[in-house]
Design a protein around this ligand. Structure first.
Ligand SMILES: Nc1nc2c(c(=O)[nH]1)N[C@H]1C(S)=C(S)[C@@H](COP(=O)(O)OP(=O)(O)OC[C@H]3O[C@@H](n4cnc5c(=O)[nH]c(N)nc54)[C@H](O)[C@@H]3O)O[C@H]1N2
Ligand SMILES: Nc1nc2c(c(=O)[nH]1)N[C@H]1C(S)=C(S)[C@@H](COP(=O)(O)OP(=O)(O)OC[C@H]3O[C@@H](n4cnc5c(=O)[nH]c(N)nc54)[C@H](O)[C@@H]3O)O[C@H]1N2
Ligand code: SF4
Ligand SMILES: [Mo]
Length: 685
């Protein structure tokens, strides 16, 4: 059979690169670069994961038939069953649990790995069953920056398209490693800005791949970025470097902000963060005087004090006038190809897909009119609270495309909790660590095996098309939801036979996607920028004529210092943090199945500074035990100047979540993913 070129969106990160899958006889043979569409974000380029992206799809370990657990929970012993039987068992269990405990005993998870259409259906099914316990593993992703920017600007989304990055005079990279986690954006846009003469400031306890371009590298102890941000505000306000006209015309709350930061001097911040006061002053002065693009990500987000840090950074962006014009950049960076799909379909315990809150009665009534069934009015649990409530209020979980036994903080505790569920359904493409605890496992079709919509972090909405057949009896997630809904007697609300029909409903229900029709996206592979109220290019720059707040102004927030929940002490003398590798993805469920990626990025290690290593008698390659108050793991040491003294760091993809902390912020529900107290001991082999 002849080969055909199918236009697809990359299945990994939110840069949203396009390329062609070269397909024959239902298999993907290889990929080909797309130089045909000069306005796509990646302009034909790909990173190592993009090039290898079809490999995991063809893995022999793919789930091919529905499974029922036969062994103990966690053991991973299953028998194959038919789809009919799987649907029947799940529908019976849902009915039984609803009758015994009510629908509020059931929780659903959406996924950054499934399409816009599929997240919309997961949301619709959960509400049709009667529960608002709905969240996703990206709870630990942007939930500091997103609420902070929503409070201050009325919307958290990225302000400008990637092309504007090249026009910036200063690039701030704060707790982010885009050279590895958004590589093509880094190569195509940030490097272009640097070529154009922009300066770069990096704020990270590690040296990352991009740091060699930086004129200034601030290395705070993990979890102390708040002190650095407060001191920058102190400098900009104290030295009167702020944009007076912008503050006057486009913001409120400046006086309270000024008062709140007056004691947070750079010298105070140096004591807490270990960053020299002069470096903080220098960075603050640069931000105040240059057109700045801010890339702020997980090193800042994933802390309990992250909300305060994010508010301080957003305040800083506003008072320096680095927003609402061309040539600047800031915003949330939902990490996966469908991170925005989850957020924008309201997959959260307090949201409706329309972008309104479940507590908004008029919005609920409007959705009831559109969907035709009653919508529960209570606020559900976030992911950490769901897992805490297992054995108490939560009896059943339905997990679509999430590996929470590995991606949540404190994995040992999570796994013990999963054992206590009355019933767990896991819908995935591989038998994951989480699936091992499931009662029923459903085999899903993977990314290239279905048509659907993805959204990149510059707000670009793009379509990806089916290029391969799913293995065995695996089915696309949208179809599984449709068929299960039918078995539950909810078929009349889920009458879809193709993702285009779901997208057309989304065009009606979610106002920001009104113009992103299947027809427009098919004709324009470069997609459109949401909000798009009609078919067309959409909105490229946000906030040019006002913010999304009620009065159109940026509402500056006063901020104060908040200690991280755990700090090093005698017993656990190091700060432990973690990071991503360019060739690995999250829990490894997919990248470990990709031969070329596994070969080049084979195993984990712990980074330790030579001075710290010497005191402990540790050399590169030694086996060491890293422990926190939650547990211990064995890894090889990498002794390197690329980490500051007093800090150790491990990649996220293997075992580090046995050590992280499941404490959460009272409002944002963000956990402490990146700053815990730890110790390292050499293990004799
Ligand atoms: N290759 C690859 N790319 C990915 C992903 C992947 O798994 N693999 N995941 C995607 C997803 S979902 C996301 S959210 C993004 C995340 O993208 P990033 O935010 O870039 O991810 P990380 O590497 O986890 O963290 C970034 C940096 O924060 C630093 N850091 C750690 N603790 C602190 C701290 O307390 N303060 C400061 N200032 N810095 C700190 C780390 O050293 C690291 O260099 O990546 C996306 N892209
Ligand atoms: N310590 C630490 N923990 C972290 C982070 C960190 O930086 N450090 N980062 C956090 C962040 S930012 C994020 S976003 C989360 C990510 O957390 P998760 O989303 O739980 O992590 P993934 O490994 O991406 O899991 C995605 C799952 O979806 C499956 N999958 C892939 N494609 C499909 C599909 O088409 N259909 C279905 N049904 N399943 C599919 C994969 O096999 C995999 O099991 O982790 C968080 N956890
Ligand atoms: S940068 Fe991201 S979207 Fe682009 S090829 Fe790499 S992983 Fe895929
Ligand atoms: Mo993420």
């Amino acid at each position: 059979m002849a080969e055909k070129l199918v236009p697809v969106v990359c299945p990994w990160c939110s840069v949203g690169c396009r390329f062609y899958a070269v397909s024959a006889n239902g298999y993907i043979r290889r990929i080909e670069f797309d130089y045909d569409h000069p306005t796509i974000a990646n302009r034909g380029k790909l990173c190592p994961k993009g090039v290898a992206s079809y490999q995991f799809i063809n893995s022999p370990q793919r789930l091919k038939r529905p499974l029922r657990r036969v062994g103990e929970k966690g053991e991973g012993k299953f028998e194959e069953i038919s789809w009919e039987e799987a649907y029947r068992i799940i529908a019976e269990k849902i009915k039984e649990i609803k009758e015994t405990y009510g629908p509020e005993a059931i929780a659903f998870l959406g996924s950054e790995k499934i399409t816009l259409e599929e997240n919309y259906l997961v949301h619709k099914l959960s509400k049709a069953i009667g529960t608002n316990h709905l969240d996703f593993p990206g709870r630990y992703c942007q939930y500091s920056n997103s609420p902070a920017r929503t409070m201050i600007f009325g919307s958290a989304a990225a302000t400008n398209p990637f092309e504007d990055i090249a026009k910036a005079e200063l690039i701030i990279i704060w707790g982010h490693n885009p050279a590895e986690t958004a590589p093509v954006m880094f190569g195509q846009y940030i490097e272009k800005a640097l070529d154009n003469g922009a300066e770069m400031v990096v704020i990270d306890p590690r040296s990352t791949r991009g740091h060699k371009y930086a004129s200034l590298h601030l290395k705070p102890y993990p979890g102390t970025d708040l002190a650095v941000a407060l001191a920058m505000l102190n400098v900009v306000v104290g030295e009167e470097l702020y944009d007076k006209e912008f503050v006057q015309e486009r913001t409120t709350g400046f006086d309270q902000l000024k008062e709140s930061v007056k004691d947070y001097t750079p010298e105070w911040a140096e004591e807490i963060s270990g960053v020299p006061a002069e470096h903080i002053r220098k960075a603050a002065r640069l931000i105040a005087t240059k057109r700045t693009a801010f890339f702020v990500n997980e090193g800042m987000n994933q802390h309990i004090n992250g909300l305060n840090t994010a508010m301080a950074i957003a305040d800083l962006i506003a008072i320096t006038g680095n927003i609402g014009k061309e040539g600047v950049w800031s915003g949330v960076i939902p990490g996966a190809q469908c991170g925005y799909c989850v957020a924008m379909t309201g997959v959260a315990p307090n949201k409706l897909p329309t972008g309104k809150l479940v507590s908004d009665e008029a919005a609920r009534k409007e959705l009831e009119r559109l969907w035709g069934f009653p919508i529960p009015d209570w606020v559900g649990f976030d992911l950490t609270t769901m897992v805490r409530e297992i054995g108490n209020k939560i009896h059943m979980m339905y997990v679509v495309g999430g590996n929470i036994a590995k991606s949540m903080p404190n994995s040992g505790w999570v796994r013990e909790q999963l054992k206590k569920l009355d019933f767990l359904v896991v819908q995935d493409i591989f038998p994951t660590e989480t699936a091992a605890y499931a009662d029923i496992v459903l085999p899903a079709a993977a990314w290239f095996e279905k048509t659907g919509t993805a959204i990149s972090f510059e707000r670009r909405v793009q379509r990806t098309y089916k290029a391969a057949e799913a293995p065995g009896e695996a089915k696309p997630d949208w179809l599984i939801i449709v068929e299960l809904a039918k078995e539950l007697g909810l078929g009349e609300y889920f009458k879809y036979s193709h993702p285009d029909e779901i997208l057309r409903e989304i065009n009606k229900v979610i106002p920001v996607f009104k113009g992103a029709t299947p027809e427009y996206l098919a004709e324009h592979l470069e997609g459109c920028f949401f909000p798009c109220s009609e078919p067309g290019e959409g909105t490229k720059v946000l906030f040019k004529n006002g913010f999304k707040t009620a009065d159109g102004k940026a509402h500056l927030q006063p901020v104060s210092w908040r200690e991280p929940p755990e700090t090093p002490d005698e017993e656990y003398p190091f700060w432990l943090t973690n990071f991503r590798l360019v060739g690995q993805w999250h829990t490894g469920s997919m990248t470990f199945k990709s031969p070329s990626l596994k070969k080049r990025w084979p195993e984990e290690y712990v980074m330790i500074n030579p001075k710290d290593a010497k005191k402990l008698g540790i050399k590169t390659g030694d086996l060491v035990k890293v422990s926190s108050r939650r547990g211990s793991v064995l890894v090889r040491a990498e002794v390197t100047e690329h980490i500051r003294e007093g800090v150790i760091a491990m990649p996220f993809h293997w075992q580090v979540n046995f050590l992280t902390l499941d404490e959460i912020h009272e409002k944002t529900k963000m956990a402490e993913m990146k700053a815990v107290a730890a110790k390292v001991e050499k293990v004799e082999e």
